[in-house]
Ligand binder design. Structure first.
Ligand code: ADP
Ligand code: MG
Length: 349
């Protein structure tokens, strides 16, 4: 078979890990990113720096590749759609448009009779006055949020006057779920009823940023199966091709809710690199490039710790790892507060 040239939009750590997985499969990666310092340029075959509205640069990128995917969801729909007229974009741009909008995403999930927290659209400040039933809650921008950015916790209606919210943007108000646990399920779908699914991963956040992930998740059999079942239904309904992650909440009464969907590989799945025969990254490449689907085999239990901000420093200086520990440095040029700099996965029995 002739060599495949895979275009990836976005050059962060997920782009790096996709590039590493692609290399193993003899797939060449060409990354397009609007960050001149994008860490994935250390791992891909070719790097193109350009803004997402620079049609000339995008054309240059599109002409070099056979197929295109992306490592983050905040790409304008128009851009993805235009690219898709020339070369196939997977997951489909319409899926990305649905999922990048928190309201559309939750409406979609509820239509499948899958539970989310209660929520409503907020377009202006006075909308909040009648929404006491959804408090305590979190006001979130409908688009462009990640790692808790663009989110305002609201305990009481009186809080609203205290926070400075830019109402030129659209918001969703979500009722706060009394969390017992958070889990995620990663699935790679190839075609109709043809997918590989990883077991649920238990996630712990600090400051709304993922800090720890582990398998097995400590959940009942019922929730173990239900979360997988919901992830499969979501992927099938979207006719998704590639790797997708569904984030879930479990409340103190053992109710399961979908929190959000990521139309891409996911931070909680970094442990699949070491804990499975095929990682979420390799499976994504296999699915979007129409390569062989190989049955998943779990090799070990695992824990992953995100290294955020200057937590990376001791590991960079004094690296002593045991055989069951795997350190990954994203090679980001600058250490920043709340920035994901690397991770460590530990395998255990
Ligand atoms: P992001 O796009 O930043 O990942 P999320 O909606 O997943 O946004 O929110 C990040 C984290 O904040 C969640 O993983 C959870 O810990 C907390 N959180 C968000 N929304 C809620 C909610 N409605 N109830 C309880 N916790 C929430
Ligand atoms: Mg999230």
């Amino acid at each position: 078979m002739s060599e495949i040239n895979l275009g990836i939009i976005g050059g962060g750590q997920l782009g790096s890990m996709l590039s590493i997985a692609a290399k193993k499969l003899n797939v060449k990666t060409i990354i397009f990113c609007d960050d001149i310092n994008a860490p994935a340029q250390n791992f891909c075959n070719e790097f193109i720096f350009g803004k997402y509205d620079d049609s000339q640069k995008i054309l240059e990128f599109v002409n070099k590749v056979d197929i295109i995917t992306y490592e983050f969801e905040n790409i304008p729909y128009e851009t993805l759609n235009q690219i898709n007229q020339k070369k196939r974009v997977l997951p489909k741009p319409s899926i990305n448009r649905l999922i990048q909008h928190r309201l559309a995403e939750k409406d979609f999930v509820n239509k499948l009779n899958i539970r989310t927290t209660q929520y409503t659209s907020v377009k202006k400040k006075s909308d909040l006055d009648s929404l006491k039933d959804l408090l305590p809650g979190i006001l979130k921008t409908t688009t462009l949020g990640y790692d808790g950015k663009g989110q305002y916790p609201i305990k009481d209606i009186k809080d609203i006057d205290k926070i400075d919210i830019d109402f030129s943007k659209e918001y969703i108000l979500e009722k706060l779920v009394k969390l017992k646990k958070e889990i995620s399920v990663i699935i790679t779908r190839f075609s109709n009823n043809n997918y590989e699914i990883y077991e649920p991963i238990e996630n712990t956040h600090e400051d709304q940023i993922l800090k720890y992930s582990k398998i097995p998740a400590e959940v009942s059999n019922n929730l173990f199966n239900k979360s997988k079942d919901w992830a499969i239904r979501i992927a099938e309904e979207l006719k998704y091709v590639g790797t997708l992650c569904v984030e879930f909440f479990i409340d103190r009464n053992e109710n399961l809710y979908v929190n959000e969907i990521a139309p891409r590989v996911h931070n909680s799945g970094h442990l699949t690199i070491n804990a499975y025969n095929i990682s979420q990254f390799e499976n994504h490449i296999r699915a979007v490039c129409s390569l062989e689907k190989i049955p998943l085999k779990k090799l070990s239990n695992a824990k992953m710790i995100n290294l955020i901000g200057n937590q990376i420093e001791p590991y960079r200086k004094n690296l002593k790892l045991n055989d069951n520990e795997f350190f990954f440095d994203y090679l980001k040029k600058e250490i920043k507060d709340k920035r994901k700099m690397g991770h460590i996965t530990t395998l255990y029995k």
